[in-house]
Design a protein around this ligand. Structure first.
Ligand code: ZN
Length: 354
């Protein structure tokens, strides 16, 4: 007998709910490739390439590469990323990681549209690999996967703000030279130390080249930084955007709504990094109620021990979202995706069919 859904449209029984959430066709806009290296892959690649790891015992390694509770120390988290980064050592390794990420997205999470992002300067720093060959490999891997399995994919290049302006300039020029291979661009990390005004010229350069922009903004610091990012950089999307809800006048929410900006929400990530005190206090439900365009992402699934199934379960069990809300978030994700309309058609049909 088919269980009756609760008021939210989501089945009340946990096993049924999990199955229902898993089966939902999903669109994901905010996922870092460097955060998609599962522990067994880390171990396999480290062995193959003779790399050091803190331990080769999977259970012990899990403890140092996964953030399972709100972070106590930023250095521990940076170390997790640096361990994951250390295995991007060869084209074969990059291909294996990207294929694993796509398999997980399709088979475990039923993702039909995925924009995957990475920072060339972070991923490839200290490696004997060229930016161009890696971008071409990732692009080729996505196209091949798309042709075989129908998952619609795209690449967002990231400038890591904490690497300084010269790195951001180099990454923007790299994106412009390769605009046929990239779907969009992102400025990420350390927003407080690197204000939006610094990147005004680079954002204009991307806009002139026709490369759409998303910005990690409002994950930390003051909500006025999101207003600055919107004014200075004119992004079509904002990664995280948690602080937007802090504006007591509500004007910032009005601005985001008026500009049709899509918020790439990452609830579990925000909880682990203390951007919100608890999942229950995450502003995503308010954003939906206020009519903002929102999507739900997993950010760094392997490091944050999450995926879209977990994010959707949290959203329905602890944030009060309904099945209709999830459908809305997926529609916003596809509509806000930087991929061309003809590529998004099937994904839109899939996420609306639920
Ligand atoms: Zn992110």
């Amino acid at each position: 007998m088919k269980p009756r859904p609760g008021a939210s449209g989501v089945p009340a029984a946990p096993a049924e709910r999990e199955r229902a959430v898993r089966g939902l066709p999903k669109a994901e806009l905010h996922r870092h490739i460097e955060g998609c290296v599962p522990t067994p892959t880390l171990i396999r690649l480290a062995r193959k390439h003779g790399l050091e790891l803190p331990t080769f015992d999977p259970a012990e390694l899990d403890k140092v590469v996964k953030l399972k509770a709100p972070m106590a120390c930023l250095d521990d988290v940076l170390r997790m990323f640096s361990i994951a980064q250390s295995v991007f050592v060869s084209l074969e390794a990059v291909e294996e990681i990207v294929c694993g990420m796509l398999d997980d997205a399709r088979l475990q999470e039923n993702i039909v549209l995925l924009e995957a992002r990475y920072s060339p300067d972070f991923m490839l720093r200290g490696k004997d690999l060229g930016w161009q060959e890696v971008l071409e490999l990732i692009s080729r891997t996505l196209r091949r996967y798309e042709a075989r399995h129908g998952l619609c994919g795209g690449i967002i290049l990231i400038a890591s703000r904490s690497y300084g302006l010269a790195s951001a300039e180099r990454t923007v020029e790299f994106a412009v030279r390769n605009k046929g291979l990239v779907a969009g661009f992102d400025f990420a990390d350390s927003e407080s130390a690197y204000p939006a005004a610094l990147y005004r010229g680079l954002a204009a350069r991307l806009a002139a080249a026709g490369i759409p922009l998303t910005v990690h903004s409002g994950e930390e610091g003051h909500y006025s930084m999101v207003a600055d990012a919107i004014a200075e950089l004119k992004p079509r999307r904002i990664g995280h955007g948690v602080r937007i809800a802090d504006d007591p006048t509500g004007r910032l929410i009005g601005l985001v709504r008026a500009q049709g900006i899509t918020i790439e929400a990452n609830p579990w990530s925000n909880y682990l990094t203390h951007a919100v005190d608890s999942i229950e206090r995450h502003p995503l439900p308010r954003y939906i109620k206020e009519g903002l365009r929102v999507s739900i992402g997993a950010d760094d699934p392997a490091i944050l021990d999450t995926d879209l199934n977990k994010e959707y379960l949290l959203a329905t069990e602890r944030m009060g979202l309904s099945l209709e809300d999830l459908r809305y978030a997926n529609r916003c994700a596809v509509e806000g995706s930087f991929l061309p309309d003809e590529k998004k058609k099937d994904a839109l049909r899939a996420v609306l069919a639920i």
